[in-house]
Design a protein around this ligand. Structure first.
Ligand code: ASP
Length: 626
């Protein structure tokens, strides 16, 4: 690692080096004058900082690049710096060579807590000198290396798949690249290597993996960038459980590499249980506040708001001290999330009921709630008992469909209980048996919850077959039945973040046809979109299953970062633009012309004319070749 220009790294010098003559190279982190003749210079490289005592005469400013040669010596005891790894030593009698000068940096590099993030991204090359960014990137690299080791040990083969592809089936918006040679046609950038990894299975690769870059044109969030990196894998002749075992091992090894501790076995729950207990398909298990079913207490209720398919509740232990204003805000929040309202009950001890409280639980408890007057004693007692309420608690109830009531309470649960990102340890969870269909879409057709190659649950295959026969015969479909159909899709969740998802794939033509029928994908459309995969499947497709998980998200959580930008060397800003390179940028008229493109303003006016001003549309290959 040591090259001719230096003998040592700054941050690795220690007492053991005392007396050695060394040369270190790096950037000036800080400079302090000491008396008339001497200056202390803190020199920084990727390993850390060392103090150098140099002749005051040098003009050394922040971020100048230096080579410093001198003798390692012990610092006088009263000047040792316990906060610095090299704090007991310094490089004395140093001679300095200035290798490069720097303009004053736009922000202080060491210690950056309040630096505007846009400024940091704009000057990312400076931000990367910051020890925190540096350590995040190092950790990320170690995560990748651990994953690769794990995949190689399990005899997976790393296969690279193309970046210029036809549209893939993940269902997000594609980024497209215009074709110069086939004007009017476009490549899509891959939302994932999904179809190619399935082709690899037909190709007998048996175990494929790739640390793959995926691109989706979706609104950016803390855990989402346009470009992200995932461990993508696919296995032939393997069950979903076997795929999950391989992924669990790879993730465990990555975690152990960073934290030194191997995570406990990752529990598995069904999607139904996840929604039922946590109101989310990506439950954060770092805290309790589980949802409780109350519907049966209200089957005969006289309270109109609770005449709903489901009444569900959540108890916040010692949550009763929340202010009335805060509760009103939560109520509005729940309405924005889709609830009709939020019922709350403040629980106190029965002996000393608060003003306006109503006695409950045989006088042991009292509840204060604007709707207590609409509920019977039995209902209130039932709720308190079911939720295990104690004095000082706050209970929240939502009545709606099971999914909506659970979903709203799930969000409320996060709002009230979610710890900061770097607290509460790492809680992995497999969620299995996702529904096959999410909803009914605007066209009145079932909307797939995953891509259309996801195998239905074995127990639900008959329902799928019957539904598709009925649909094909023009009989429509029964939404309630279809929305109950489960798939063999599974997600890996960490602390409330969806790390990744996968499924057993459909490898049988008849089942695939049934799914296309139900999704309303006509044979011609299926052929156009995924024809190459369907063709391949006619030549002996092995049963196969796979998975992909986001390395950015895993790395961010392992680094204790809220935002994946902190583990990405060159991220985009929240608006999707890149303040460093100014992408996306306009292209020249010449380029537009070559691509056969013209830019049309929102009002339909041509902004740049191209060639003869006419847009060429889809040109087919035969014509091009002739
Ligand atoms: N292609 C899927 C995705 O990227 C993952 C999978 O099913 O393997 O979300």
């Amino acid at each position: 690692m040591i090259t001719g220009m230096r003998t040592d790294y700054c941050g690795r010098l220690s007492r053991a080096d005392i007396g050695r003559n060394v040369t270190v190279c790096g950037w000036v982190s800080r400079r302090r004058e000491h008396g008339e003749h001497l200056a202390f210079v803190d020199l920084r490289d990727r390993t850390g900082i060392v103090q150098c005592v140099v002749d005051h005469a040098h003009d050394l400013r922040s971020e100048y690049v230096l080579a410093v040669t001198g003798t390692v010596r012990e610092r006088p005891a009263d000047t040792a710096n316990p906060d610095l790894a090299t704090g007991e030593i310094e490089i004395g009698d140093a001679t300095v060579e200035v290798l490069s000068r720097s303009e004053p940096p736009p922000f202080q590099i060491d210690g950056r807590s309040d630096v505007d993030e846009m400024l940091r991204i704009r000057h990312r090359y400076l931000d990367l000198r910051n020890p925190r960014m540096h350590s995040n990137l190092v950790k990320r690299a170690r995560v990748n290396a651990a994953i690769r080791r794990s995949m190689e040990a399990a005899e997976f083969i790393e296969v690279e798949t193309p970046t210029l592809v036809a549209s893939t089936p993940e269902g997000a918006r594609d980024f497209v690249v215009p074709s110069r040679l086939h004007q009017g046609r476009f490549y899509a950038l891959p939302q994932s290597p999904q179809l190619f990894k399935q082709l690899c299975m037909v190709g007998g690769i048996d175990r494929y993996y790739q640390i793959a870059r995926c691109l989706r044109d979706e609104d950016l969030r803390a855990d989402r960038q346009f470009e992200f990196t995932q461990l993508d894998l696919e296995m032939s002749f393997a069950t979903g459980a076997e795929v999950r075992a391989v992924i669990s091992t790879a993730v465990a090894e990555a975690v152990e590499e960073i934290t030194g501790v191997r995570p406990a076995a990752m529990p598995e729950i069904t999607w139904h249980e996840a929604i039922d207990r946590y109101g989310s398909d990506k439950p954060d298990l770092r805290f309790g506040l589980e949802l409780v079913e109350l519907s049966d207490l209200f089957t005969e209720t006289g309270f109109n708001a609770f005449k709903a398919p489901a009444v569900r509740g959540l108890r916040v232990p010692s949550g009763g001290d929340i202010s009335r204003n805060a509760v009103d805000d939560l109520t509005k929040q729940c309405q924005r999330w889709g609830a009709k309202g939020l019922v709350w009950m403040r629980v106190s001890a029965g002996e000393s009921p608060l003003d306006g409280a109503r006695s409950a639980a045989g006088g042991r408890l009292a509840v204060t709630s604007p709707v207590a007057k609409f509920m019977s004693d039995a209902e209130i007692d039932g709720v308190l008992e079911r939720l295990g309420a104690e004095p000082g608690d706050m209970c929240y109830l939502v009545a709606d469909t099971w999914r909506r009531a659970s979903g709203v309470l799930g969000l409320l649960r996060l709002e009230l209980g979610r710890p900061p990102v770097n607290e509460g340890g790492l809680h992995f969870l497999w969620v299995v048996d996702f529904p096959l269909f999410d909803d009914v879409n605007a066209d009145g057709l079932p909307a797939p919850a995953h891509h259309p190659f996801t195998m239905p649950h074995t127990d639900d295959l008959e329902t799928v077959a019957a539904a598709s026969t009925r649909m094909a015969a023009g009989g429509g479909f029964d939404a309630d039945t279809l929305l109950e159909v489960r798939s063999q899709a599974y997600d890996l969740v960490l602390n409330g973040w969806e790390l990744g998802s996968g499924s057993v794939r459909i490898h049988r033509g008849d089942i695939q046809q049934q799914i296309f029928d139900l999704l309303g994908i006509e044979p011609a459309a299926a052929q156009e979109r995924f024809g190459f995969l369907l063709d391949a499947f006619r030549f002996g497709a092995p049963p196969h299953a796979g998975f992909a998980f986001g390395i950015d998200r895993l790395a961010a959580l392992l680094c204790g970062e809220e935002n994946i930008r902190e583990v990405i060397a060159f991220p985009k800003s929240q608006s999707g633009a890149d303040p460093l390179t100014n992408a996306p940028s306009p292209i020249s008229d010449v380029q537009l012309d070559e691509l056969g493109l013209a830019i049309v303003a929102g009002d339909g006016e041509l902004k740049h004319s191209v060639g003869d001003g006419e847009l060429k549309h889809s040109v087919n290959d035969e014509e091009d070749e002739s």
